[in-house]
Design a protein around this ligand. Structure first.
Ligand SMILES: [Zn+2]
Length: 331
């Protein structure tokens, strides 16, 4: 008997989300497949018509993601949302995110995951900019499952902030974390920038007066500590209501980390494993980062001789900046 399958449903071409009409990049297994999906920017519910959407908006009570604040700096807040408690919200978040990433991700069994959602506040509303998901328990030491910054908000440092926070969360683990593979092209590009910046900041810090701990790790004298960020981190404090987004502020900062480093005369002689430990990165990620930073050109494969000059040149090539995440604002 001839089989006549129904034609495939039309892909979702665009989503209307928080005053933006966003052209989609990839498919997502929404139960509704319509050329235009209307997404509530409060609860992330999806609808096929403007009429339904506007009716829903009149009754929707969400003004921010359903979770607890874990980071707040000025108008920017990171929310931790439990996939077990907020199943529908996290499912909808993942479905929306999938429109902008091309690899497999979780959609329906979200209970074993946290979602960390970044928002920007207006007077009445915290607008979702992007998120990352993370397994509550990862035997592979994954500190991030998938990461998405929605297209209207890309190229402003939000992805970097999310990556930095994912490493901040896993800093006290015995084994350095790493994002789940495969990475999207955009994800790999972002991580390469993050890893190489983290690595060069660590190596620069080793030459600073406060870098004794890092020098000890690089010299093999000390077991790696909990994987704290190596550059000068302010003590835990709460400073809220200070204006400004770090991504904008940092352009005005002078290159003080470079200028304040004394000129050490002894080049560092160390190994890849120690560099990775000091930077809180997995060895293979650190290797990629060293290559990206142009520092993987020593004669021996197991030992590195890293002069301050070479590290400073790498910092200049990378246009190195301080981290965007300021742990002083973690709640
Ligand atoms: Zn809603």
């Amino acid at each position: 008997m001839a089989h006549h399958p129904r034609p495939p449903p039309p892909p979702i071409e665009r989503v209307v989300f928080d005053d933006y009409v966003i052209r989609t990049w990839y498919t997502s297994p929404y139960p509704i497949q319509a050329p235009t999906l209307w997404i509530c920017h409060g609860c992330l519910k999806y609808m096929r018509s403007a009429h339904t959407f506007h009716a829903h908006r009149r009754t929707c009570t969400y003004t921010h993601p359903p979770g607890r604040k874990v980071y707040q700096r000025g108008a920017h807040i990171l929310w931790e949302v439990d996939g077990a408690q907020e199943k529908l919200y996290v499912q909808n978040l993942c479905l929306l995110g999938k429109l902008f990433i091309d690899h497999k991700t979780v959609f329906f069994d979200v209970a074993p995951f946290w979602a960390y959602v970044l928002t920007d506040a207006s007077s009445q509303f915290d607008h979702v900019l992007g998120f990352f998901s993370k397994e509550k328990v990862s035997y592979d030491h994954y500190n991030l499952a998938c990461i998405v910054v929605f297209p209207p908000y890309q190229r402003r440092g939000y992805g970097t902030l999310l990556m930095e926070y994912s490493y901040y969360l896993s800093r006290s683990d015995d084994t350095p974390g790493t994002p789940e593979r495969p990475l999207s092209d955009l994800g790999l590009k972002g991580y390469m920038a993050y890893w190489s910046a983290q690595l060069v900041r660590t190596l620069l810090a080793a030459y600073s007066p406060e870098g004794a701990m890092i020098r000890a790790i690089l010299a093999g004298h000390k077991p790696p500590p909990p994987h704290s960020m190596p550059t000068s981190q302010s003590p835990r404090r709460r400073r809220q209501r200070r204006g400004g987004w770090a991504g904008e502020e940092r352009a005005e900062r002078p290159d003080e980390p470079l200028a304040s480093i004394p000129h050490a005369s002894i080049p560092m002689n160390t190994t890849l494993a120690r560099i990775a430990d000091a930077a809180g990165l997995r060895s293979d990620d650190a290797t990629l980062a060293l290559a990206h930073a142009g520092l993987l050109n020593s004669t021996s494969s197991s030992t590195f001789v890293l002069s301050l000059e070479a590290i400073q040149q790498a910092a200049q090539r990378l246009s190195l900046r301080p981290p965007i995440l300021d742990v002083g604002y973690c709640l």
